[in-house]
Write a protein that binds this ligand. Structure first.
Ligand SMILES: *[C@@H]1O[C@H](CO)[C@@H](O)[C@H](O)[C@H]1NC(C)=O
Ligand SMILES: *[C@@H]1O[C@H](CO)[C@@H](O)[C@H](O)[C@H]1NC(C)=O
Length: 204
């Protein structure tokens, strides 16, 4: 009997301790969103497909077949274009330069207007000067262009999110601007976060 009372008391105490620990954790662990910093950017990519100042060129002529939904010359399955495009702050090509986009896109479907894309935005101005954002996915001309932000470097290490692309015809067919709206986040980079985490681990 006595031992059963003691057991009940100690299990009550244990439960109280667990409850206290849970409350402490709830207070100490910030919500996931608070441990990442938002990265929101709007930039304009100048794609000059031919003529003077050309920034994109056919890298590989694909084996085909011809994709009936695309126009020549780059309409063969596997056609791959390499890019080195100027990126500016505003739509005008002579607005402030903020970086470049390097990468490739490839005709990825035999029947649909789908390209696979892989590109890296390197910033050369602003708070992320010197940092890169790596983006990849597919471009389906029949749906909204959205790519994954799969990573980054320097101040943008560990970036995750998405980027929306909107084509603005400036002087088609050889010059278009791609407006990129990046909505991503990066882990809070401070050693404070690490210290807080180790404090939690020791407490537990
Ligand atoms: C960006 O960083 C580079 C290298 O540190 C520096 O030379 C350049 O002036 C910076 N550009 C701007 C616009 O801050
Ligand atoms: C950015 O993405 C987050 C998370 O998906 C979302 O909550 C937020 O509304 C988005 N912001 C913008 C400006 O689209």
């Amino acid at each position: 009997m006595a031992s059963s009372v003691a057991n009940t008391t100690s299990s009550k105490r244990r439960r109280l301790l667990l409850l206290a620990a849970a409350v402490a954790l709830t207070i100490l662990v910030p919500p996931v969103s608070a441990r990442r910093l938002p990265v929101q950017l709007v930039v304009y990519v100048h794609e000059i497909l031919d003529g003077p100042g050309q920034t994109e060129k056919l890298l590989i002529r694909g084996p085909g077949p011809e994709n009936p939904t695309l126009w020549p010359p780059n309409n063969l399955f596997g056609d791959t274009v390499v890019m080195d495009d100027l990126v500016t702050e505003d739509l005008a090509i002579d607005s402030a330069p903020v970086g470049r986009v390097y990468g490739t896109y490839m005709t990825g479907s035999m029947t649909l207007p789908v390209h696979t894309v892989s590109f890296t935005l390197r910033l050369s101005a602003g708070p992320y000067n010197g940092s890169t954002l790596v983006m990849a996915g597919i471009d389906d001309e029949t749906i909204a262009r959205e790519h994954a932000v799969v990573g980054g470097t320097e101040a943008l290490r560990g970036a995750q999110g998405y980027v929306l692309g909107e084509v603005i015809p400036v002087s088609p067919p050889h010059y278009v601007v791609m407006k990129l709206t990046v909505n991503a986040s990066v882990p809070v980079p401070t050693t404070k976060a690490k210290a807080a985490a180790s404090h939690l681990i020791i407490d537990m």
